[in-house]
Design a protein around this ligand. Structure first.
Ligand code: FES
Ligand code: FES
Length: 212
C-alpha cells in the first residue's frame, strides 16, 4: 500500500506499507522522523502524539492508511517557528522545520525550564502543550494537568513541565502582541475531523494530574 500525505508541510510518500502498520511506524521507520517516540504502542503514554488533520492523536493507534491524503505535523514540524537559539544549528536537530537553529517557543520553554530529561516523553508533551496553548493561551495549573493527563513521564515529577507550559504561554502571548516577533504561535495544521487514535483526556492514576 502506498501512503502519501503531507508531513510538516512537505508532501511525503511511503511505499510497500503493510495494512497493519501504524502511522508512528511509518513516520519513524519509513520517513526518517524519529521525534515521535514509541514508548508503549498502546495509546497509554502520549509519547507518539502528533497532529493528524489538526487533531491531536496517538500515532501508534492510527493505522498508516488513515493518513493517506492527510496533513500530519510531528514534533519536528514545530521547530523553526521561533527565534534562533544559539548553538542549536546543525547536527542532531530534527529535520522538518524550516530552520534548524530555531525552536518553537514551546520547545525553547521546555529547555529553559529544565523540563527535558531523557526525552522519551518530551516530544508528546511538546505537541500536547502546543495543542493546549492554541486552545487556551493562559491555562491554569488544573487545565494543564487535565490537558497533559495522557502524557506520562517516567523520569521525574511534573513541576518543571508545569513551569515550562506557563513559560511558553507567557512567551506566546507576548509574541502574539508583538508583530515584529518571528515566533509563530498559530496552529501548524488546519483543523479537521476527529481521527481514530484521537487522544482522550481521562483522569488516570500515575499521570501529571496526581504527581508533584
Ligand atoms: S507510544 Fe503511542 S501512546 Fe505510547
Ligand atoms: S523525560 Fe524521561 S520519560 Fe519524561
Amino acid at each position: 500500500m502506498r501512503v502519501d500525505c503531507t508531513v510538516n508541510g512537505e508532501p511525503r510518500v511511503a511505499d510497500d506499507v503493510w495494512e497493519g502498520e501504524s502511522l508512528l511506524y511509518v513516520l519513524r521507520e519509513r520517513l526518517g522522523l524519529p521525534g515521535s517516540k514509541n514508548a508503549c504502542e498502546q495509546g497509554e503514554c502520549g509519547s507518539c502524539s502528533v497532529y493528524l488533520d489538526g487533531t491531536l492523536v496517538c500515532a501508534c493507534l492510527v493505522a498508516a492508511g488513515q493518513a493517506r491524503g492527510a496533513e500530519v505535523v510531528t514534533v519536528e514540524g514545530l521547530a523553526g517557528r521561533g527565534p534562533a537559539v544559539e548553538g542549536l544549528a546543525g547536527e542532531g536537530l530534527p529535520r522538518g522545520g524550516p530552520g534548524t537553529d530555531r525552536l518553537h517557543p514551546v520547545q525553547a520553554a521546555f529547555l529553559e525550564a529544565g523540563a527535558v530529561q531523557c526525552g522519551f516523553c518530551t516530544p508528546g508533551l511538546l505537541i500536547a502543550t502546543h495543542d493546549l496553548l492554541r486552545r487556551d493561551p493562559n491555562p491554569s495549573d488544573a487545565r494543564i494537568r487535565e490537558a497533559l493527563a495522557g502524557n506520562l513521564c517516567r523520569c521525574t515529577g511534573y513541576q518543571k513541565i508545569l513551569d515550562a507550559v506557563h513559560l511558553a504561554a507567557t512567551r506566546l502571548q507576548a509574541s502574539a502582541s508583538d508583530p515584529s516577533d518571528p515566533s509563530d504561535p498559530s496552529d501548524p495544521s488546519p483543523s479537521g475531523p476527529a481521527a481514530s487514535g484521537g487522544r482522550p483526556a481521562p483522569s488516570r492514576p500515575g499521570t501529571v494530574e496526581d504527581r508533584p
